[in-house]
Design a protein around this ligand. Structure first.
Ligand code: AKB
Length: 313
């Protein structure tokens, strides 16, 4: 991995991944963005940026050619809940966009990372310790595009040798750029409300377990997988990875250790709750551990301490 293009560089993952790759001293790390979501501050000042609308193959090709890009991180997507209100747009970005990225990668010899999600799983999938290779039958547009994206990415690897790799991210928790429109967003919002001194109104019912991960670990996963020895990879699109299986009360109690008068109440969002109920309680990430050495570093308490101290700043 030398010169990198990040499509969706101002989103939840993109902001931090772009800076992390630049800090680690990779070659040119180009922050791709769409008008209206321009990079700011350090993201703008620390390296090149360019307008890259994923639905415009020509724009992707132009930047790849100009900067001699060899690796594309394709982070453009609508998250699960918002995709249900705009399914056509979710398909256009998730599938037409991915097709454009893969075609450019095929023509210019780039490797491609496109995050998948726990959203690929559905009601018939085993819920606990969900295996790497199992039933993927989501009923959300987000999940449909993620399953199809995994298949299309594997197709480009098998048919054309495009070096596609991916992980199924769980809910990602970070203090830098908030997510928008995801089912797991509550696990980020709860920290913001705790630090503001507000009661947190939780849209997901107590006792609803989903896998979560601190962003520091997610960034390492996205980078380590792209640097992994390809001869060790039996799977490609996409690896189960996880750090912790959490439900709202567990996060709440973890925060209360540091902010004892913090309060939570529940006002369930039926759409998000239905999606959460269809997702696994916990994933089995043995294949990622064995094939490229995946190992999370943050547990719940370490994450809570880090989130609270940064948000208080
Ligand atoms: C979402 O909730 O939509 C995402 C995801 C788990 O893919 N955070």
């Amino acid at each position: 991995m030398n010169n990198v293009l990040i499509i969706g560089s101002t989103g939840q993952i993109g902001t931090e991944l772009t800076l992390e790759l630049r800090d680690r001293g990779f070659g040119k790390v180009v922050a791709g963005y769409i008008p209206g979501a321009e990079p700011k501050d350090r993201l703008l000042e620390s390296g090149p940026s360019a307008v890259v609308d994923i639905t415009e193959a020509g724009q992707i090709a132009e930047v790849v050619s100009k900067y001699k890009v060899d690796t594309i991180y394709n982070l453009a997507a609508l998250l699960s809940a918002v995709a249900e209100s705009k399914p056509q747009l979710a398909w256009k970005i998730g599938m037409d966009g991915l097709f454009n990225v893969l075609e450019v990668a095929r023509q210019y010899g780039c490797a491609v990372f496109t995050p998948s999600s726990i959203g690929v799983f559905g009601d018939n999938t085993p819920k606990d310790k969900t295996p790497q290779d199992t039933i993927r039958n989501p009923r959300t547009m987000y999940g449909v595009t993620k399953v199809a994206g995994e298949l299309l990415s594997d197709y480009y690897y098998i048919r054309y040798g495009v070096d596609t790799r991916s992980v199924r991210f769980p809910g990602l928790i970070s203090y830098v750029t908030p997510p928008g429109g995801g089912t797991t967003d509550y696990a980020v919002d709860i920290y913001y409300e705790a630090v503001r001194g507000n009661t947190f109104v939780c849209p997901i019912a107590a006792g609803t377990f989903m896998d979560m991960m601190y962003m520091r670990d997610a960034l390492r996963a996205a980078i380590d997988l792209m640097l992994a020895d390809p001869s060790r990879l039996i799977h490609r699109n996409a690896f189960n990875i996880t750090s912790m299986s959490l439900e709202p009360e567990t996060i709440y109690r973890s925060i209360c250790r540091y902010i004892p008068d913090f309060r939570i109440e529940y006002r369930i969002d039926p759409l998000r709750q239905a999606i959460a109920d269809s997702w696994p309680n916990s994933l089995d990430d043995t294949c990622a551990r064995e094939e490229w050495g995946w190992k999370p570093l943050f547990d719940l308490d370490a994450m809570t301490q880090d989130m609270l101290s940064h948000l208080k700043e």
